[in-house]
Design a protein around this ligand. Structure first.
Ligand SMILES: Cc1ncc(COP(=O)(O)O)c(C=O)c1O
Length: 448
């Protein structure tokens, strides 16, 4: 008879086989592998069935239809892989199945996430008294930070948002870059900041807000800046922008979904100069820190202000002021801060620095290897880990990407830069070696 242990051993073995295959697997499934997914598509089962049979199907049909974004040849978006330490810690998190909302619910999660938060502030060199909420995504964390910003700016005007809502409230303006990430616009839209009322700041050729053209700020304004633009990887000039915002009494939020990790390096830290003067920051673990999904961080300097807007104390479940249930959108949540803790514990300051610096160096290597060859033109000087390119011949960037991706040897995405089609190669997996970059170069320039 199969026991629970047999099932878990089988799951572990299959997961391990999958992880070992990511170096050699096609990076994206072929049409047959995708078509095979239809085998899952059956009516709701009327009753119980064997879990081992389910697992076999999950692996045998599911694994071939994965996008191998955790492998070394995936160059799409900034997705990162999963470091072994993070994957191992996540196994424990799944086994523990903690509701990581508060100390009362999970002493171990509360302790480890408090430590992870402290270490994040340390490695990113942000104000040490800030509160860190471990949310699902930079989207959710950005939304949470904007909610804190608005509530706090209104409170400074004497407005009680919690009781009065927005009807009749002083207007809070938002200044945002013309190429802010789409999820910034989504978060603002959900919060009721209508698109027509946003004050859009113009950006220069590299995608950075030009301080000279910054709309006028005041103490009822949220200024949203960017650390790591998705196409170029560039950073807004924080020192002059934050200086202007602070003298006006505005709230500054930084979207650093991936780029904030540049701050943990020696080579690229200068790009983040001045960022510590902001009021809130968002970043992801599941991108450049190479933790599993879904792990993101909302960091707010005034932790009490953050906890006031996110508070979810119930009569049957009150928690400490800065318990995670009072810092994230979720009332119940997995202990997603633990894989972050595991990465920081095992890589330490120098390990994170080495990984991020390596990816930046590899992105330069990639750009140098392909620029001007096989009809490829690199469009930026690669300030971080993103290589923005276009095609110069008859083939469109979309067709080029489709042809290259069909080789199964790599995968990357298309984009639009300054109104023109382009494509983008991102280096962000801990697995990617220099030899993998050389292989990617030969695929791209030799059509192999
Ligand atoms: C700059 C930037 N901001 C925000 C986001 C949204 O992050 P998430 O996917 O974690 O919601 C992304 C994701 O790609 C991003 O690159």
């Amino acid at each position: 008879m199969k026991t629970e242990s047999d099932l878990m051993r089988d799951a572990d073995a299959r997961a391990q086989t999958y992880r070992q295959s990511v170096e050699t697997r096609n990076v994206y499934p072929n049409a047959d592998e995708i078509a095979a997914l239809d085998e899952f598509d059956v009516p709701l089962p009327e009753g119980p069935s064997d879990a081992q049979v389910m697992l076999k199907q999950l692996d045998e049909i599911g694994s071939p239809a994965t996008s191998v974004s955790t492998g070394p040849h995936y160059l799409g978006y900034v997705i990162g892989g999963v470091l072994p330490a993070a994957a191992a810690a996540d196994r424990m998190v799944a086994a523990w199945d903690q509701c990581a909302s508060s100390h009362a619910n999970s002493p171990v999660a509360a302790k480890l996430e408090a430590i992870a938060g402290r270490w994040v502030l340390d490695i990113l060199d942000l104000p040490r008294s800030s509160a860190v909420g471990f949310g699902t995504s930079a989207t959710a964390c950005g939304l949470s930070c904007f909610a804190a910003a608005r509530r706090e700016l209104l409170a400074r005007q004497g407005w009680d948002l919690d009781n009065e809502g927005l009807v009749g409230a002083p207007e809070i303006k938002v200044v945002v870059s013309d190429i802010a990430h789409i999820t910034i616009f989504k978060a603002l839209r959900i919060l009721g900041f209508g698109k027509r009322h946003l004050l859009v700041a113009k950006t220069d050729a590299r995608g950075r807000i030009d301080p000279k053209t910054l709309p006028l700020l005041d103490n009822k304004t949220i200024l949203c800046l960017q650390a790591g633009e998705v196409n170029t990887g560039d950073f807004d000039p924080f020192v002059p922008l934050i200086e202007k915002a602070k003298s006006a009494g505005a709230w500054v939020h930084i979207d650093g979904a991936f780029g904030l990790w540049a701050r943990a390096t020696n080579s690229h830290r200068h790009l983040t100069e001045g960022i510590e003067g902001a009021d809130s920051w968002t970043t992801d673990g599941h991108k450049w820190l190479n933790t599993p999904y879904d792990s993101a961080m909302a960091i707010v300097k005034d932790g009490d202000a953050f906890a006031r807007v996110m508070n979810a104390d119930a009569v049957y479940a009150t928690a400490e002021t800065h318990a995670q249930t009072n810092l994230t959108l979720e009332f119940s949540r997995r202990a997603r801060g633990i894989p972050i803790w595991a990465v920081l514990k095992t890589l330490g300051r120098t390990g994170v620095c080495e990984m991020v610096e390596r990816h930046c160096r590899q992105a330069k290597m990639l750009a140098k290897g392909i620029d001007g060859k096989n009809g490829i033109k690199v469009l930026s000087d690669v300030p971080l880990n993103q290589v923005l390119c276009t095609t110069t011949g008859k083939e469109t960037p979309a067709d080029f990407a489709a042809r290259m991706n069909a080789t199964g040897k790599l995968w990357f995405g298309q984009t639009v830069w300054r109104g023109k089609p382009a494509f983008r190669l991102s280096v962000s997996s801990w697995r990617t070696t220099d030899a993998d970059i050389e292989r990617a170069i030969s695929v791209l320039i030799d059509n192999y």
